[in-house]
Design a protein around this ligand. Sequence first.
Ligand SMILES: [Zn+2]
Length: 124
Amino acid sequence: MNENVINYEQSLQAELTALRNDFLGELKSSPNEFTHNLANTLEVNPPNKWLDIVVEKINPEQFPQYDRLMKVEAALCQMEIGQFGYCCDCEQAIEPELLEQDPATQRCISCKAKAARSMDMQQK
Ligand SMILES: [Zn+2]
């Protein structure tokens, strides 16, 4: 593991902790009883199980932190297995400047552009 990756790992770990707090706080502050109860369930479970618990119960689009939480967890998991920094679409190394901007990036520049284009098409 090179030095950059160690730095990324530290910043992602810090972000993960903050995100989990934010996410839990958002669920808790929801006026919806179901969402509120979900927060209580999460609190008694280890944070690494949260995404599994949540995914079938809420619409993730309602919670911007959820999406980010998934990406950050995925990047940390990739670091663990030594697959960090590879594009999830084409499996080529992701450009270092993209990782510099956001260590949780999952796509290289060209796949990112392709994904953005197909999103545009879906919207039209
Ligand atoms: Zn790619």
